[in-house]
Design a protein around this ligand. Sequence first.
Ligand code: B12
Ligand code: SF4
Length: 471
Amino acid sequence: MKIKMILPALTEAESPFWRPIKYSLFPPLGLATLAAYCDPTDEIELVDQHVEQLKTDDYPNLVVIQVYITNAYRAYALANHYRARGSFVILSGLHVTSLPDEAQQHADTIFIGPGEQTFPKFLKDFKDRIPKQRYTSVGEERTLVNIPPVRRDLIKRHLYLVPNSIVVTRGCPFHCHFCYKDAFFGKKNSFYTQCVDQALNEISRLPGKHLYFLDDHLLGDRRFAEQLFDGMESMGRIFQGASTVDAILNGNLIEKAADAGLRSIFVGFESVNHTNMTYANKRQNINYKYEEVCKRLHDLGIMINGSFVFGLDGDSENVFKHTVGWAVKNGITTSTFHIATPYPGTVFYQQMENKNRILHKHWNQYDTRQVVFKPKCMSAEKLKAGYDWAYTEFYAWKNIYRSSMTHDSTRYKLKHFVYTSGWKKFEPLWNFIINSKRLNNMTPLLEAILTKVSKRKYFHNNETIAVKNLH
Ligand code: B12
Ligand code: SF4
């Protein structure tokens, strides 16, 4: 059977502000995960429209499309196209799970929630010629135990800066009101992990040194994470990942992560205005001092990618200046700013809908760069202008310099400066490398920049951690 798997390009990937490097970071891991359930005799083509041309003059038997909110219209057009050519078309992903009835109009079959249990069921039904219109894994038992190895052979590694992306858990233990997580996983069983051995095996199959864990919260299951980091300690890897504020400050997990090779971490600070965290049900951020998070990570030589959301109900016009000032002062290496976006299926969306504050439902503008709801304490125009200002200001040379200078050692200062300016200031060079299809030649450079700068050793003693600086 001929199977075509497609990740259609996100709408914003075509805007004049498109940063091709942002969309050439990670391969389509979800689709490669699903491909593992297909028959070895199936002829599978995996196309990521962000990095390659999508030809649509073929006749696959089965077309599998992953739908995010901002590629939804493109995904539906592709689905209609292939259905008209006689292919059987299936759709799933976050957006299909949020709005199944919308997606169903364009597909022969849709899937709700993660696909590890439902996709193999469908494949069997499809072969038996009794496919259903809908399969759901929300509310059902789900597991990652004994899932087959991701079909990484289908990934065109040379087209990505970070070909070694990996996920070893699904979901997250928290329930933030603006997050897609509960809509996608359901409230029950919304955080689960692989077996540690299986995760370590997957890591050992990946070539090179550098890994990027795309898990929502790599430190979310303390026992699992401890065993994972213990197992990784002798593997000589360097990696990046994501965590919440509380997991970084509690216990010694973050030290174990550093020992295992963690060199940079995505932290959901979301807002320097703590009232917002109560509105957003982000309890894991409340009552923690963000400055302590930064200090602890910097002491371990771990760079910080801080995530911040603007426009929640506690925000007024001074939030932009306040946030950028805080981030620079605390040596945040890179910042990802978002305009608060009520994704369908979330509590935040329901709240905005109930108060008649949704401005429109053009999904391709729900990209967190545009205002799609009425903010409470400022106009939509002010919110957009403040967001744009924050990006420009944070990545101004003077602030890259100031932020780099907050570190103690010269090596860390230099590393911060090179990493941040390399990410944001050399767009034409990135574009040239992407066009010459040599992006993965840059991976060793990324590895070099991520080498360890801290020589600290950690001595763990039950709850207390004595950090001895060997500088
Ligand atoms: C990598 C990534 C990206 C990449 C995506 C491209 C790529 N190559 O995958 C890039 C950098 C482009 C990106 C961009 C953005 N992202 Co992003 N990203 C992720 C991330 C970290 C990992 C995705 C992943 O690989 N997951 C692991 C795989 C195994 O899961 P999966 O892809 O979901 O696939 C499974 C299921 O969805 C399902 N499935 C998927 N497709 C199909 C199809 C069929 C037929 C079937 C049966 C099943 C199925 O089965 C798979 C196995 O279970 C997620 C967080 C996360 N942990 O998922 C955020 C995430 C998807 N991103 C998010 C956001 C907000 C963004 C941005 C808006 C950020 C910004 N301001 O730029 C943009 C735009 C995205 C959009 N909404 O349109 C949010 C999405 C919110 C939402 N409702 O859309 C997430 C969930 C992060 C979060 N916690 O909030 N992102
Ligand atoms: S901690 Fe992050 S992934 Fe978890 S629910 Fe909150 S926003 Fe979503």
